[in-house]
Design a protein around this ligand. Structure first.
Ligand SMILES: CCCCC/C=C\CCC/C=C/CC(=O)SCCNC(=O)CCNC(=O)[C@H](O)C(C)(C)COP(=O)(O)OP(=O)(O)OC[C@H]1O[C@@H](n2cnc3c(N)ncnc32)[C@H](O)[C@@H]1OP(=O)(O)O
Length: 266
């Protein structure tokens, strides 16, 4: 995710914050960032797998190629206590709201797999550029984990690809390969892998060429209703999440899924 303000100010790497990948693991979340305490400057929100900078300040390839984000960290949703789940979900909501409502131009340069939580953050950006690699799937695959996407994930999906496509993709937990993601409008451009960053920067320039105040007001006008829907029921959404995730059957599904992932690796 490329934050316009930092980019404009000549600091494309910005301050990196986010979940550091565990050794030998894929980047899973965004939520080592303490989004619940001191106000988070989105300008400083860089995920650890986002591009860094070389000595000239130019973007360099990300730390963890092949994965944009593996979504939310499933280990945060397994075998913990209700207070932990509540705090975690509040942070997920906060991250999404701040990203979705940011007045900055945000362009997602997606150079890796982008399931579930990864997709939802990409969807919160203004524009998505995906690398053309058949392994880089994007979408909301929650049902395949035995869980349900919350209503605001669904809302963001519907806003982007429409009701029918969302209904089908959500139920099937479908992950779109690049060509289909482009066709359905889930991403705006699919480009060769080595052109993702340059294309994202060109997109950024295009969006920044519009007078800021007009663009920001328009963005807010388009997004407010969706964000307000969550804002009105944040606490209820947290309670729903906690009671859902605490169910034995859901815990079991998540454990089985995680185990499969681990075995697949071995
Ligand atoms: C009715 C009311 C309903 C209310 C419901 C409310 C809320 C419920 C919804 C909660 C929302 C959840 C959204 C999510 O984001 S869930 C996460 C979904 N993510 C995935 O399914 C991705 C799974 N991962 C993969 O497919 C692959 O890892 C990959 C991203 C394609 C990368 O593949 P590869 O490079 O081959 O890496 P490995 O597969 O070998 O993985 C390495 C390592 O990382 C672990 N891991 C992978 N993903 C996660 C994850 N999301 N969380 C935690 N850990 C993960 C994997 O197990 C390996 O671990 P080890 O190194 O320890 O072996």
């Amino acid at each position: 995710v490329w934050a316009a303000k930092a980019w404009r100010e000549g600091d494309p790497g910005g301050t990196r914050a986010g979940r550091r990948p565990r050794a030998g693991s894929v980047p899973t979340g965004f939520l080592d960032v303490d989004v619940t305490s001191a106000p988070l400057a989105l300008e400083c929100l860089y995920t650890p797998w986002a591009p860094g900078t070389d000595s000239d300040g130019a973007p360099t390839p990300q730390d963890c190629p092949r994965v944009f984000s593996a979504g939310l960290d499933l280990t945060e949703m397994c075998g913990r206590n209700p207070a932990h789940y509540a705090e975690y979900w509040k942070a997920v909501q906060e991250l999404w709201l701040r990203t979705y409502l940011s007045s900055l131009v945000l362009v997602a340069a997606i150079n890796g797999a982008c399931p579930a939580g990864g997709c939802i953050i990409a969807l919160a950006c203004d524009c998505r550029v995906l690398a053309d690699n058949p392994k880089y799937h994007i979408g909301l695959n929650e049902t395949l984990l035995g869980i349900t996407a919350p209503f605001w994930f669904k809302d963001a999906y519907v806003n982007t690809i429409g009701h029918r496509a969302s209904e089908q993709a959500l139920q099937l937990g479908y992950l779109f390969p690049p060509s289909e993601a482009l066709q359905v409008g889930l991403v705006d451009q699919v480009v060769p892998e080595d052109q993702v960053l340059s294309t994202a920067l060109s997109e950024m320039a295009r969006w920044l060429a519009v007078p800021d105040h007009a663009r920001q007001l328009t963005k807010n006008m388009m997004r407010k209703a969706t964000a307000d829907r969550l804002l009105r029921q944040r606490d209820a959404d947290i309670q729903n999440f906690v009671s859902f995730i605490c169910r034995d059957s859901i815990q079991k599904s998540l454990q089985v899924y995680l185990e499969k992932l681990r075995q697949r690796k071995g």
